[in-house]
Write a protein that binds this ligand. Structure first.
Ligand code: DGT
Ligand code: CA
Ligand code: CA
Ligand code: ZN
Length: 541
């Protein structure tokens, strides 16, 4: 035991002696010794090792021996015996405000009161008020105090909890079988008032860790002890739980047992919205409650559970669009030139292609027909596209868009036509780049571009973002007359943007298009067939 712990035991001995009605000098000696120890500037171990305990004022032979026992063994037979000799109810009465050891002893001697329940009964019957030094007022106060304790005794100040939790955590940290450990629950959340202390540890040998925990010096009694869980009462009467989990489970258990319960419920719901399941064992790619490690989204730290969005995104999109009733959904992130939009470079795009493949395999395994299509919205640069043809050839869908146009109409038009002539480009995105009520259209000869699309078998996007609606509905009848197909894209940057599809359909109608003119009304096999036609188009270069 360290200084503070020894001091706490000595102070408690003082109180217990007072409860027994021991002579006040003896009682004071313990209380004073406790104060002295608290004020020492050196560690007790050092003082004991150098046999200097006797030099400290007010610490006689008997106290020296007791302090040495406590420091070296963490135990003191005298203290245990003393505690056992006093009814537990009398010790508990100390928690009632305005009730000190002297009064408790008087209640015991005169009314044989040994518990809070008996005290309450005596107060209600008016017997306490008749005692010397008590009176009506005190009796009422005691009844209030009992009520107060009933409400609050199971709660503790955060600082008191931290003082007892930290040494235990420190010990756990030093144990060879403990991989990671932390406090959890309200203590970790720094609630001002806490119920019990929660500890969490990861280990390959949970039983050994539980054994070690329950035999800590700060543990007054063990309330429950299992293979991976234990509950104890620590110094100061604070309850504490320890749970031991595997290291893979640790981040999830830490998040779960840190809570709060309300926070856990909100996190769970967020997971469900993303087609995932979150519980104390993990985050799972599943729409049902599970603990299946094969479905686990691995997170090495608690933070990753919150940040795993980046990994989860494609899956979330897939799950969301599937749920909306779509048969397929194309992922067309910007290319690297759109650095402000965090466009993908070739390496990241190749990673994404793999990820799409993996997700599709998962859908296939689950017997679902839903598919993600890999794609890009590749930037039309000055002289070329932002990706090489060999990479574009690996994608299911290629949209080519002009994001930085020049002031020369002929030049802009030429760039768009060149993109349409690329055998790997399936469609041109937002032809004019307009943002309604915000930004003018680029100067583009739209009719010439539509003609080029007709010649090369290139589709044109109807961007359904309400800021764009581009190609303009006024031009669709012309495009249709040339046999150019429309693709309604919602330019989604968030799941909710999928709702733009409906607006896009309205604009298409306004442009006199029907279902047959819109390629992405096709079922997946027919769409894939259409996508395959572009680079076999007779007019392509
Ligand atoms: P306390 O001890 O009363 O000051 O408050 P906490 O928050 O430490 O609560 P405790 O010790 O009962 O449980 C620790 C954490 O375990 C809690 O913050 C969230 C989690 N937890 C406990 N029970 C439930 C439950 O029924 N549902 C959920 N979702 N989480 C729970
Ligand atoms: Ca707790
Ligand atoms: Ca608890
Ligand atoms: Zn764009």
């Amino acid at each position: 035991m360290d200084k503070e712990q020894v001091a706490a035991v000595l102070a408690e001995i003082g109180t217990l002696l007072e409860l027994k009605g021991e002579n006040p000098f003896k009682t004071r000696a313990y209380v004073n010794a406790a104060r002295t120890l608290e004020g020492l500037s050196e560690p007790l171990e050092k003082i004991i090792a150098e046999e200097r305990l006797g030099e400290i004022k007010g610490i006689g032979d008997a106290l020296q021996k007791k302090i040495t026992d406590l420091v070296t063994t963490g135990k003191l037979a005298y203290y245990d015996e003393l505690k056992a000799s006093i009814p537990a109810g009398m010790v508990a009465m100390l928690q009632i405000p305005s009730l000190g050891p002297k009064k408790i002893k008087a209640l015991h001697d005169k009314l044989q009161i040994e518990s809070i329940e008996q005290l309450e009964q005596a107060c209600k019957e008016g017997r306490v008020a008749t005692l010397d030094g008590f009176g009506e007022k005190t009796q009422t106060k005691l009844l209030e105090g009992i009520q107060f304790r009933r409400t609050y005794a199971s709660r503790h100040h955060l600082s008191d909890a931290l003082v007892v939790a930290e040494p235990v955590l420190e010990s756990l940290r030093g144990h060879p079988d403990v991989i990671r450990c932390s406090t959890a629950g309200s203590v970790r959340r720094f609630k001002e008032v806490i119920g019990d202390i929660d500890f969490l540890a990861s280990s390959k040998k949970p039983a050994a860790v539980i054994e070690f925990f329950t035999s800590q010096p700060g543990v007054l009694s063990v309330s429950a002890k299992g293979e991976t869980k234990a509950s104890v009462v620590l110094t100061g009467g604070i309850q504490a739980d320890l749970r031991v989990v595997s290291d893979a489970e640790f981040p999830f258990a830490l998040a779960y047992f840190t809570g709060s319960k309300e926070h856990n419920i909100a996190m769970r719901q967020r997971a469900i919205q993303r087609g995932l399941r979150l519980n104390e064992y993990g985050l799972f790619k599943s729409t049902e409650e599970t603990r299946d490690p094969k479905l686990l989204v691995e997170c090495r730290s608690e933070e990753e559970i919150f940040w795993s969005d980046g990994r989860g995104t494609l899956e979330e999109i897939a799950a969301h669009m599937h749920e909306l009733g779509c048969d397929y959904w194309a992922i067309t992130d910007h290319s690297k030139a759109s650095f402000q939009a965090n466009g993908l470079d070739a390496a990241r795009l190749r990673e994404q292609i793999k990820e799409v493949k993996r997700i599709n395999e998962q859908f296939a395994e689950e017997g679902s027909d839903f598919r993600l299509l890999s794609g890009t919205e590749v930037d039309i640069l000055k002289e070329r596209l932002d990706f090489d043809d060999d990479l574009l050839a690996e994608l299911d869908v290629v949209v080519a868009s002009l994001h930085v146009a020049g002031s020369d109409e002929a030049d802009n038009t030429k760039r768009l036509i060149a993109a349409a002539e690329n055998p790997h480009v399936h469609m041109l995105g937002h032809l004019t780049g307009r943002l309604l009520l915000e930004r003018e259209a680029y100067k583009v000869n739209q009719q010439a571009v539509i003609d080029a699309c007709a010649e090369t078998g290139t589709w044109i996007e109807l961007n359904a973002n309400p800021y764009r609606f581009d190609l303009d509905w006024r031009l669709w009848p012309y495009a249709k007359s040339k046999g150019v197909k429309c693709v309604i894209n919602c330019d989604a940057h968030r799941n909710e943007h999928a709702g733009f599809l409906r607006l896009g359909a309205g604009i298409a109608r306004k442009g006199w298009l029907t279902k047959a003119d819109v390629v992405n009304t096709l079922p997946l096999p027919a769409l894939l067939k259409e996508l395959g036609k572009k680079n076999r188009h007779p007019k392509r270069k």
